[in-house]
Design a protein around this ligand. Sequence first.
Ligand code: NAP
Ligand code: MG
Length: 494
Amino acid sequence: MEQYGLFIDGEYRDAKAGETIKSINPATEQPWAEVASAGEADVDDAVEAARKAHASGVWRNKSYEERADILAAVAEIINGQAEALAVVEAQDGGGTIRKASFADVPGAAGTFEYFAGLCRGYVDEEEFAETVPVASRNIVRREPIGVCAGIVPWNFPILMASWKIAPALAAGNTVIIKPASVTPVTALLLGQICKDAGVPDGVVNVVSGPGGVAGERLASHPDVGKVAFTGSTEVGRRIMQLASGTIKKVTLELGGKSPNIILDDADLDTAALGACYGTFFHQGQVCESGTRVLVSEKQHDELVDKMVSACDRIQVGDPMDMMSTMGPMVSSNQLDTVERYVGLGREAGAECVLGGDRPDMESGYYYNPTIFTGVDNGMRIAQEEIFGPVVSVIRYSDDEEAVRIANDSMYGLGGAVWSSDTERALSVARRLETGTVWINDYHMINVRFPFGGYKQSGVGRELGPWGMSAFQETKHIHVGEDTPDKIYFSALFN
Ligand code: NAP
Ligand code: MG
């Protein structure tokens, strides 16, 4: 079995207590890697390494150009190891090799490239001359926060780790990443990749370990200035609580139950593909999945027929086979969750018109693409995040009702509108309470633009310059240019 250590202060090491986690390959149900499992003492070491590295100035005193060169080198090394990284990612999490090769690994490299580009020519100070309330020069500066923690989920392990590391480094911070326990390996590999690219020791640290131990310690450690978290809304609430102890900055990217609205002038062939792609990509284990398909009464039956036939083109199978387009669920837990929700859907009276069962395979946590019709938006399958290949089709009578149903959710992460009339689609998009809306597309997250949630889907935004500023403090320096007899001193002196 392959062995991996914690990456702390520029080197791999065992956990102090000698504990390990076995990572299961979800297709074989067998452990394939054993990684060190950090306890609180290991997390403290990682935080101390990051604190010292920050205090030394070894990273924050580098110019933005120097940081850009190193971030670009990280991207280059990821691209150079793309095939091997894709294989690890697929084995660790059960996502298809197709997804790992076309989305995860290039996406991770692209994230480092983008933030390298943002660093080039970056202006971290602006100056304003003012006469009100007194004559003054005003400098507004962007500075790093310090030690930042990134706690990441299992659905896009290398990509989510990159979404935390790249902007944190671009802004001049040091960082500690905690990967999910079911998919720890690629994040651990990123530690060495960063080092090979020229990131100084202690600037990037990676600690695999249980959320309840390593994650909680990171989210409450007094020397951590910011926590960037992606995962469930439930754990997001806990992170906010823990971070409140020392008023850490937090960004949270949480769950979703996103609406995928098919307007009645949409091209139904493309919309049906988009409705399936929006839900079944990566077995539905995607936070922004369009799990509520809203369709007008008059087009309902035709859309459902087209969705069912579109699923003929989905191949559930061995993630290592380039022809497989859906692999297994990440874990037996996640499979259980899906089976439980499909049961709840049936009990509530929704009609399962496709799937609702597992394919016949020798091993692996596989589940078939599943379509429910006759879903009322109040049902649990329409309100709660399932994180599996289960879509609810919901009927509406007019655009107004579609918007009302779309917004009737505690979540607000993603969503889409399909229409042949862009202005009409835009008018619907503007009324949706959600962080991202695609028109005639789905899952098109773009590193240049902000990503995050309304309502209980999160706090703050990642990606783009907005994502970089989430890793920065803002400082105002006032230079008094008033006459020596400061008029406002009269507030105190007679
Ligand atoms: P999760 O518990 O929210 O896990 C996300 C990350 O948080 C993992 O690294 C996890 O570590 C860590 N964590 C767990 N408990 C923690 C705590 N008390 N303090 C600090 N960190 C903690 O997600 P999950 O249990 O794997 O999945 C459950 C559900 O979350 C899914 O069914 C899905 O609905 C949602 N989810 C959403 C996203 C997303 O992209 N928004 C991603 C994954 C899951 P461990 O792995 O060691 O527990
Ligand atoms: Mg695994």
